[in-house]
Design a protein around this ligand. Structure first.
Ligand code: IPM
Ligand code: MG
Length: 387
């Protein structure tokens, strides 16, 4: 049966990078007969401008009726003065909580071609392959009570609540253990159990459920130490599991190890494998509309969609190989550019990846043409041995 993808470009660079990911999906439809249909919806600032709110009912209904969601990014200067309860970010948070997308997978993988683009020494990051599993629908992001109140003396006080039920910790813990089982079998749980009772409970639950995963080695680390270890010796980590806010912070940090936050995809999954897929970077309003944003994180998010929601492993591999090929051919957007490389814009990078996917497919098929329509590539002149 035809699967449905809700496409939510959002704000800033969102529409540009999503357009490149859509090119890749169109190409897979044509070349691999991927049986999907796409429907666009409004979210974030774009939705505020059009409808007055960041998550219109129509968009929520579309997301609920779809098998997967591809999201660009939300937010921008234009909406920063709005009340926090109706800001673009609320659209994203609303989708996460309404769809119960509690398990957020944020891989940080260093492409060998980009070792010199990392701010850390190549020997510290080469071969890096970390998976951060971030709890996404609870913790301080959603805890009640929250707000800003005025005290009796007239002074204002801001407050939020860090809160987790055992069941919430257990389900994200089990997700992380299962992922660790399929990888290096090491799971590091990140908390602040020396100060925060909520994460003392977090640690206790992780230890309790670890008995069901005897093949996975569980360790614990305080979040401040984890931030330090990520920049000191990041390769010690295989899978990390942590709370919503710690995961937000640590995943940005881990992303930068790979050379650019513009490279990293993410998946946010519910209990049944339905997912929302998005780059982990934001809307970057300062570079929006200039055709310089890196579309790779969004394109790799499509690979995660194929792997986690559609069980299309070969197609997922083909996207990742396509990205590898263009990096081998020295194509670089501005964020990953180093001397001697070939600087390309957003659309040119997307076209090059589409061409590489098709080229790799031909090569696999022994140079045989599949005979399908190749017009999905604008200016499709990519070649592996181009400079
Ligand atoms: C992220 C972002 C979001 C978050 C914002 C945009 C609400 O930083 O996905 O990491 O804090 O979760
Ligand atoms: Mg973040």
């Amino acid at each position: 049966m035809t699967k449905k993808i809700a496409v939510l470009p959002g704000d800033g660079i969102g529409p540009e990078i999503v357009a490149e990911a859509v090119k890749v999906i169109e190409c897979l439809r044509r070349e691999y007969e991927l049986d999907v249909e796409m429907e666009e919806g409004l979210v974030g600032g774009a939705a505020i401008d059009a409808t007055g709110g960041p998550l219109p009912q129509e968009t929520l209904a579309l997301a609920k009726a779809s098998d997967a969601i591809l999201l660009g990014a939300v937010g921008g200067y234009k909406w920063e003065s709005l009340d926090i309860s109706i800001r673009p970010e609320k659209g994203l948070l609303g989708l996460r909580s309404e769809l119960a997308l509690f398990s957020n997978l944020r891989p940080a993988i260093l492409y060998p071609q980009l070792a010199s683009a990392s701010s850390l020494k190549a020997e510290i990051v080469s071969g890096l392959d970390i998976m951060i599993v971030r709890e996404l629908t609870g913790g301080i992001y959603f805890g009640q009570p929250r707000g800003i109140r005025t005290l009796e003396n007239g002074e204002r006080q801001g407050y939020n609540t860090l809160i987790y039920k055992e069941s919430e910790i257990e389900r994200i813990g089990r997700s992380a253990f299962e992922i660790a089982q399929k990888r290096g079998k090491r799971l590091c749980s990140i908390d602040k159990a020396n100060v925060l009772e909520c994460t003392e409970l977090w640690r206790e639950v992780m230890i309790n459920i670890s008995k069901d995963y005897p093949d996975v080695e569980l360790s614990h680390m305080y979040v401040d130490n984890a931030a330090m270890q990520l920049v000191r010796a990041p390769k010690q980590f295989d899978v990390m599991v942590t709370t919503n806010m710690f995961g937000d912070i640590l995943s940005d940090c881990a992303a930068m190890l790979t050379g650019s936050i513009g490279m990293l995809p993410s998946a946010s999954l519910d209990a049944n494998g339905k997912g929302m897929y998005e780059p982990i970077h934001g809307s970057a309003p300062d570079i929006a509309g200039k055709d310089i944003a890196n579309p790779i994180a969004t394109i790799l998010s499509v690979a995660m969609m194929l792997r986690y929601t559609f069980d299309e492993f070969e197609m997922a591999d083909s996207i990742e190989q396509g990205v590898n090929s263009v990096l081998d051919a020295n194509y670089r957007t501005a964020d990953i550019y180093t001397d001697g490389m070939r600087k390309v814009g957003t659309a040119e990078m997307g076209d090059a990846i589409v061409s590489a996917i098709i080229r790799n497919m031909w090569n696999k098929a022994g140079g045989e043409s599949s005979g399908s329509d190749r017009n999905c590539v604008r200016g499709g002149n990519f070649s592996n041995d181009q400079d």
